[in-house]
Structure formats: structure tokens, C-alpha cells
Write a protein that binds this ligand. Structure first.
Ligand code: FE2
Length: 355
């Protein structure tokens, strides 16, 4: 990215509650952003290819108990499904799991996946890369005005036939095996293969009063992205910084998180999404205890950051006071090749509301 472009990005206040159509900082509060319907499901789109410089797409998918999506594959897109609310059974070839909030399934390009929503108002967060996986859905019809899926089959202005993502390849002759409820699903595979991962399992790195758990890594996504769930207790802003090569996305899973974005302060609560393309000066503060956020970073160039600033651990939650608060800064200073430009000390709270 050129110096001029980075300066342009740094001059931008984040776009609020609208997809910008170009890769600039933006914020989508839960339920905002365009919504499309296929039979039984609402797709609440929070990132399209044109909003992310062609890097990725993301959407919440929600629907009612029993909504079923047959086996289908996308030939050119890596996908991750994160269970945000409710419960869903997923199938990949030869395996099935019942997943609950925090659990995820990761599917390389060309690998079929099927799922069935098991609870009413189950909500999945889908992210995929490179950009364009949602284009066929977006081209199939107009956004709808309402904010929840239709119960009576009369609310859709889009395709009624598309139970799967339009443009996907159907693989409906694959067998749906029984759910395996005994496998622990605690490991990220060594290469690009489909896998299930349980909440806060995977590769974990301890930070002061927080845990970062990778749910996907560059080696599993063709270097397109990696993702990290952060669980943390209340703590102040980190240093102001930007990245030159990668885009960072924040999704609040629970609790409250303050984001400082090019001088603007935004509060993220459950389901709020923030896109910070390369160049965006940003910082975050954890504003409630046991807050959780999902970071999706693309490409995978920044993946070593959590390895060198965190302590490897098998703990799924943090132990308060266990980790030296100086550890993160020491890791940054010892690794000058990270895609990280420190701009200054932690920002002051713009809105001193006490929360
Ligand atoms: Fe960052």
C-alpha cells in the first residue's frame, strides 16, 4: 500500500451503519446492513467484496429450527462458519457435529458442507475469502426491509429456490452421517482440510487477563485469512497503531468493546462489526468483564503477532494476574518485522461516560 493511500485512509471517519462500496473504515451495528432472504433464512450482509478490496465477504445467516441446507461446495472460496447464537448440526464429508455458540467449522474451497439449524433464531456468522462468495446472492434479488427471517414464506423478494448459496455446486448425494459427540475437536489441522473446532480450543496464547484462541490459521486457509477469538476482562486501550499490509475486522461476540478508529470512538456490543482496512489507525479497550470478540485478519501476514506477544497455553480462559502486563510490548519490540506501525500511546477516552 502506498504512503499516499495510507494517509487517505487515516483521514477518514468510519462510515456508520452502511456498506461503503469501497475499502474504507466502516461500522455495522447488529442488524444493520443489507438483508436478503432465501427460503427460510435471512442473510444479513456485513462485508462484500467491494467493501473489502476483494479480500473477503461476511454475513450473519439466521433462521428457524429445522432450516436445512443440503451439501454444497464453493469451488474458489475458503469458508468459516461460527455459531453466534442457537445451535446447528453441520456435516462435512464423512463427519458431523452439533455445534453451539463459539464452535466453528472451517471449509476449504471445493469441500462440501451441509447444515441444519436446531434452535429458533439460530444465527451463524459466515466469513469467506477471497471476496465474491456472496455475489450471486446479492445479484439474485433486492434487499428486504425487515430484520428477521419470514415465517410464512411471503417475505422474500429474492430467490425462493436457493436453499444453498446461489452459485454453489450441489453435492446432495453425499451421505449425512450421525453426529459424533465424543470427539473433542480441540486442534487446528496442519494443512488445508475441513475441520470442526470447539469454543476457545485450538492454538491459545495468553495475554494479560486475556486469552487469544486462533480458530483458523494461514496454513488452513490458503493464506487468505486467520481468525482469533479474544476473551478478556475489562482493560484500557492498547497503543494506537495501524497495519500496512493487512485488514483487521472486529466482531463483538459478547460484552462491550470500545474501538478507537482514526480518532472516532465507537462502542461495540454483541453483533456489532468493524472493518479496519490497512492504514486505519486504531485501538481497542475491553469495557466489560469476560468480553469476547472475534478478529478476522486478512491476509495471514499478521499471524505471528499473537505467537510472539502471547504465552502458549492450553488454558481455555485467562487467570487474572498470571501474565506480566509488559509481555505484549516486549514481544512487539523484539519483533520489528511485524506488520505493525505504532503511532502513539493509548488514546484517551473520547466520551468519558465512565463505562
Ligand atoms: Fe490492529
Amino acid at each position: 500500500m502506498t504512503t499516499n493511500h495510507i494517509e487517505d485512509i487515516q483521514g477518514l471517519a468510519p462510515v456508520l451503519n452502511a456498506l461503503p462500496g469501497e475499502s474504507v473504515p466502516y461500522y455495522i451495528a447488529a442488524g444493520e446492513g443489507p438483508r436478503y432472504e432465501t427460503a427460510g433464512m435471512m442473510w444479513n450482509v456485513v462485508a462484500r467484496s467491494q467493501d473489502t478490496g476483494g479480500l473477503f465477504d461476511a454475513a450473519f445467516i439466521h433462521g428457524g429450527r429445522g432450516t436445512d441446507v443440503p451439501f454444497h461446495s464453493l469451488p474458489a472460496h475458503q469458508r468459516s462458519y461460527y455459531v453466534f447464537e442457537g445451535s446447528a448440526q453441520f456435516w462435512i464429508p464423512g463427519e458431523s457435529r452439533v455445534l453451539v455458540p463459539g464452535d466453528s467449522v472451517h471449509v476449504p474451497a471445493g469441500v462440501p458442507v451441509a447444515f441444519r439449524l436446531l434452535g429458533n433464531l439460530t444465527k451463524l456468522f459466515l466469513y469467506s475469502a477471497p471476496g465474491g462468495a456472496l455475489d450471486a446472492l446479492l445479484d439474485a434479488g433486492e434487499p428486504v426491509e425487515h430484520h428477521v427471517y419470514s415465517l410464512r414464506g411471503d417475505g422474500s423478494k429474492t430467490t425462493r429456490s436457493g436453499l444453498v448459496l446461489p452459485g454453489a455446486i450441489s453435492d446432495t448425494d453425499l451421505e449425512r452421517v450421525a453426529s459424533d459427540d465424543t470427539t473433542w475437536d480441540a486442534h487446528i489441522p496442519a494443512g488445508a482440510e475441513a475441520y470442526f473446532l470447539r469454543h476457545l480450543e485450538g492454538d491459545r496464547r495468553a495475554w494479560p487477563d486475556s486469552i487469544n484462541a486462533y480458530s483458523s490459521r494461514g496454513r488452513t486457509t490458503g493464506r487468505r485469512y486467520f481468525s482469533v477469538t479474544t476473551l478478556a476482562t475489562k482493560q484500557p486501550y492498547i497503543i494506537r497503531h495501524f497495519h500496512q499490509q493487512h485488514t483487521e475486522n472486529f466482531l463483538c461476540l459478547s460484552g462491550r468493546v470500545w474501538l478507537w478508529v482514526n480518532g472516532e470512538e465507537l462502542l461495540l456490543t454483541q453483533g456489532d462489526f468493524l472493518h479496519a482496512p490497512a492504514g486505519t489507525v486504531h485501538s481497542f479497550a475491553i469495557a466489560s468483564h469476560n468480553a469476547q470478540m472475534l478478529g478476522v485478519l486478512t491476509s495471514d501476514v499478521f499471524e505471528p503477532f499473537f505467537d510472539v506477544t502471547g504465552a502458549e497455553t492450553t488454558d481455555p480462559v485467562y487467570t487474572e494476574g498470571l501474565i506480566d502486563p509488559g509481555q505484549v510490548l516486549a514481544g512487539i519490540q523484539a519483533n520489528p518485522d511485524l506488520d505493525l506501525v505504532v503511532v502513539g500511546p493509548p488514546p484517551e477516552r473520547v466520551r468519558a461516560t465512565g463505562i
